[in-house]
Design a protein around this ligand. Structure first.
Ligand SMILES: Nc1nc2c(ncn2[C@@H]2O[C@H](COP(=O)(O)OP(=O)(O)OP(=O)(O)O)[C@@H](O)[C@H]2O)c(=O)[nH]1
Ligand SMILES: [Mg+2]
Length: 646
């Protein structure tokens, strides 16, 4: 099939008003395909047809008018570009004319054509009155009809005019940009073609798909492969933009897919059970006192039982322009800004509808209450404000650019990445990165975290006066539990470099605050260091320290840790330390001797240091480990870290 301008047209209107007949005369295809439909003379499920009008490909989704099948109507109306509201001129506005008009309005189908059908049964004067009534009805729902075409399936009047109008709309639409670049197809039919396998059809919401593409099937998140694709029985290698499409899928059986599932480019959609929404309107007859309303959510082609909680107590039985949370009985996928319909639990009446603000929300609780300001930003904010709110709401959860774009309603990941850079430049967010994980975090969270850490650090230091501060290696464990472990290290490094903290000897202390040792500890520390200095290369073991008493051994150990952190003691083996001055001296003596003699033995080193084997063997091992010496046979030579001339 050509890349001619395209349009997906949906019918709407009361039962028996002539929707299917009109599609038939427009396209030559009877959209009522089920035997039961033929027998009963009414549409039950969605019907499909297409025509080529004036070089444009026009697809039709024909919906049932019967009140019992509104769910099918909603599924069909979801993917359409233009609606043709069919009103029988001899019957005028009827209950489902009204209900369908409301559904169109709630789904945001702004382009609507009125077809006054069965014109062969009425005169013009009568038709004028009907047209007025229909226009009035639509205006009440905020829809300005594009035109009103008077038709008859009996004598063919108006049919050519309608084709012309649809072709013109297709041409206009082909000049408009798509909202999103990634591919998304809400499935409205699935069946098996013997020998070919599972086929699904739907109206493409947006994006391009090609043969052999891998897609995600939601809400199960299965990966499937596109074996073949067809648009109106024409096999294609790829298809772009809004149109009717049939995909032959590999990797999925007929039982695993049904109306209500969604196919999408991998990586964009996420399943969720909580959605924050803005209700355009909701009628709650007799139920205003209830905290939670049980109802049915219709979104794209799917339908799930759900509970609805309003952000504020309603003041009347009909509310409009309010925030609410929807909890679905099963996980669903949604995008920012997506429209939905709410119907009562038994599926008898349409109660209202609205738009999704947070496609992946979290249950409103006392601890995590409604973020009204955030919802307001998502509702009426510019894309950058929406993205900022999405990042703020995600807290410590890493979201890649694809998911950010879906949650904030941005065209694609490039736009999300570009906008993230701008938010970073404006100091609103910061990016914390580690091992292929990236966390965009709002500065308000970092600020709050930093304050909290500062408080904890002060408490920690007050409680541990003999510690040199918080060991840097301990800092990741202080990071928020909600932050993925892989990122805690990077987040801790951010704190070390950006928080009001000072790093002293690899320990963190609040900036500007020196750790002060109590006087008794200071005296003990001095005595201990003197002993280490005096011990030279046969330093005291803990048990031998004269300043040690059974009561202060724990303190001595803590003071040794502190001294090491401050660089005053050097550990060369477990529970063996040298005074820092002695260590330097040792390095000088050993490297000096090696330079003089070319290589020395352990025994030489023992003589050089006037020490015993007990110390010399671990000392030599420590020198090797530090790279100051290296072993060659029985000799020690200069290691890679031995400083020239040292
Ligand atoms: N005289 C006359 N009869 C029509 C016209 N269009 C449809 N009809 C008749 O009206 C009846 C209903 O037509 P359909 O096209 O099935 O109506 P529908 O709106 O699709 O009905 P549902 O799908 O059940 O909601 C049929 O008997 C048609 O033959 C028309 O323009 N003139
Ligand atoms: Mg019909």
């Amino acid at each position: 099939m050509s890349d001619a301008p395209k349009l997906v047209v949906g019918t709407a209107g009361h039962i028996d008003h002539g929707k299917s007949r009109l599609v038939w005369v427009l396209t030559g295809t009877d959209p009522d395909r089920l035997p039961e439909e033929k027998v009963r003379g009414m549409t039950i499920d969605l019907g499909f047809a297409h025509g080529q009008f004036d070089g444009c490909d026009i697809s039709f989704v024909d919906v049932p008018g019967h009140e019992r099948f509104i769910r099918n109507m909603v599924a069909g109306a979801t993917g359409i570009d233009v609606a043709v509201l069919v009103v029988a001129a001899d019957d005028s506005v009827m209950p489902q004319t009204r209900e369908h008009a409301e559904v169109l309005s709630l789904l945001g189908v702004e382009r609507c054509i009125v077809a006054l059908s069965k014109m062969d049964l009425v005169d013009d004067e009568w038709a004028d009155a009907v047209e007025d009534e229909v226009r009035g009805l639509l205006t009440g729902f905020g829809i300005q009809p594009l035109c009103c075409v008077r038709t008859s399936a009996e004598d063919g009047r108006g049919v050519e005019e309608l084709r012309g109008v649809l072709a013109r709309l297709a041409r206009e639409q082909s000049r408009q940009a798509e909202p999103y670049r990634w591919f998304c197809l809400p499935i409205d039919r699935s069946f098996v073609i013997p020998g070919r396998g599972t086929v699904v059809t739907g109206s493409v919401a947006h994006g391009t798909v090609s043969r052999e593409d891998e897609l995600e099937l939601w809400p199960t998140a299965e990966r499937v492969r596109v074996r073949d694709l067809q648009s109106h029985h024409d096999a294609r290698d790829s298809a772009a933009g809004r149109r009717r499409l049939a995909l032959n899928l590999a990797g999925v059986s007929r039982e695993d897919v049904a109306r209500g599932y969604t196919l999408a480019t991998p990586g964009y959609l996420e399943p969720a059970r909580f959605l924050d929404v803005r209700l355009a309107t909701l009628r709650m007859p007799g139920k205003t006192r209830k905290d939670v309303l049980r109802l049915r959510l219709h979104i794209a082609t799917s339908e799930v039982l759900a509970e609805l909680r309003l952000a504020d107590k309603p003041e009347s039985e009909t509310v409009s322009g309010v925030f609410a949370q929807v909890k679905t009985a099963e996980p669903i996928v949604a995008t920012w800004g997506q429209r939905f319909i709410l119907r009562d639990e038994s599926g008898m009446r349409t109660l209202g509808g609205g738009r999704v603000l947070r496609p992946v929300g979290r249950l409103w609780t006392a601890r995590r209450p409604i973020q009204r300001q955030g919802l307001q930003a998502l509702f009426e904010g510019q894309p950058a404000a929406r993205l900022e709110e999405v990042i703020r709401a995600a807290e410590w959860q890493p979201l890649d650019d694809k998911r950010l774009s879906v949650r904030a309603g941005l065209r694609d990941e490039q736009e999300a990445a570009e906008m993230c850079r701008r938010l970073m430049g404006a100091g609103k967010i910061r990016v914390i990165e580690a091992a292929s994980l990236r966390l965009c975090v709002h500065n308000s969270h970092l600020q709050a975290l930093s304050e909290d850490l500062q408080r904890r650090l002060k408490e920690f230091i007050a409680a541990n006066p003999r510690l040199p501060g918080l060991a840097r290696a301990q800092a990741p464990a202080w990071m928020p539990g909600a932050c993925p472990p892989r990122l805690r290290q990077a987040l801790a490094e951010w704190w070390v470099s950006h928080g009001p903290v000072t790093l002293e000897h690899d320990h963190l202390v609040p900036a500007g605050k020196r750790q002060e040792l109590p006087q008794v500890d200071q005296a003990l520390l001095n005595a201990m260091l003197n002993e280490f200095d005096a011990g030279a290369f046969q330093p005291p073991l803990i048990a031998e320290l004269k300043c040690r008493t059974p009561k202060n051994e724990k303190r001595i150990r803590e003071l040794i840790e502190l001294s090491m952190a401050q660089g005053k003691l050097v550990r060369f083996a477990p529970d063996m330390w040298l005074h820092e001055r002695r260590w330097k001296e040792l390095v000088e003596r050993v490297t000096g001797a090696i330079r003089e003699r070319g290589g020395i033995t352990v025994a030489d080193i023992r003589t050089l240091l006037n020490s015993s084997r007990k110390y010399v063997v671990p000392i030599v091992e420590a020198l090797d480990a530090a790279g100051i010496t290296r072993r060659v046979g029985d000799l020690r030579q200069l290691g890679p870290k031995a400083q020239a001339g040292a």
